[in-house]
Design a binder for this molecule. Sequence first.
Ligand code: SIN
Length: 484
Amino acid sequence: MWELADRYQLFVGGEWKDAASGERFDVINPATEEVVATVPNAGPKDIQEAIDKAAAAQVAWAETVAAERGKILSRAAALMHERVEDLARVMTLEEGKPLAESRGEIAYAASFLEWFAEEGRRIYGDTIPSSSPNKRILVLKRPVGVTAAITPWNFPAAMITRKLGPALAAGCTMVIKPSELTPLSALEIAKILEEAGLPKGVVSVVVGTDAPAIGQEIMRDFRVRKVSFTGSTEVGKILMRQAADTMKKVSFELGGHAPFIVFGDADIDAAVENAVASKMRGMGETCVSANRIYVQRSVVEEFTAKMSERLGRMQVGNGLEEGITVGPLIEPAAVEKVDRHVQDAVAKGATIVLGGQRPAASKGYFYAPTVISGVNEKMLVMQEETFGPVAAIVPFDDEDEVIAKANNTRYGLAAYYFTRDIGRVFRLAEQLEYGILGANDGMPSTAQAPFGGVKESGLGREGSKYGIEEYVDIKYISLGGIQK
Ligand code: SIN
């Protein structure tokens, strides 16, 4: 029977080791506030070593044929499926999401390795007609080189594989810096990569509590040619400024503030189910979570009643226990933020229909599923991502009004809308300023589709055939001397 290690090590250049400083830190279970395990507290020295090893492994890895790289990715995906129970347990222990969701995330994470195992074989070049009879123009795509991934706590496995899959498939090495709140899933993935036969140095996993210092070390190193980051817009802006000094390629998946629009002609039951799925996935702690729920006035009462009934049936508690559908938030500050948003809305005239408080639990960072109605644009819930289980419902009257409201934000990651009018499906798809549109679909994320935002929600795309383009450079060969 598999046992969780209580003392993890860093994975640097294919070796398991402690941090150069010898320091360690605790990983806390947000449902019980107990220590799950301890992890070495890496700093700039450890990151340097990981980059050195990645740079040393880069040429040989880029020369490995795509089919060979794909086989390693496929083996790693198969191992993830085989170990889903153990990996899900680790995830629930460190992140809090209910076990069923953790299992779903492991499958989602493996799907990126599976997709890119295949996609690596299709990094095609081009030939372009030349303007000279004496020349030919050829386009090659080559791996960008050493890359780094800075990943968040809300998807401790999938946000790693969504970056790692295309990087490895394209022939890049990668240094991974997972969130210090959820390092265990990342280190378990490193074990799987090692077992799948990944050559030493191609991937390192280095985690530490001083995220700004580690981030700076990655950003200032010229050898790192590409950084992919998922996290807040605020940190994304800092990294973008830092990337300028060495002109790194970047892709950023940043904050969202998703509108979820329900028109009077929609299938209301389907809209409610999708709103629950989007809102409550990961306790509302996702960048694509429905944050501003706009419902046409003719159906707002029906929608609010059904949404409250569905959320009221959800079971809050330790995600390891049977029947639990809502786990804890990640840390006390997250609970405080959610509560601040709810209290601000109430102070400005909103009504709490369901929840609106921390449930009575002696331990853990819980917040009850909450529905608030009578919400308006002045409230914090309508201005910032809540990142918690709060459904803020706002009535609207017509299409133009709701499009303008939905677009009135600096964010542009995901937007959802429910309608049976096919013309409206296209009008909204064209007019909503978002990278991902769920038309009658609250769960659009999948490995084969391009995930990413516009405006301050980020740059670049992950997943899909577009995701691998982020890890290649285009080279052009002008071939002369063709005519005799
Ligand atoms: C995120 O919230 O950062 C990712 C969500 C997804 O992949 O669906």
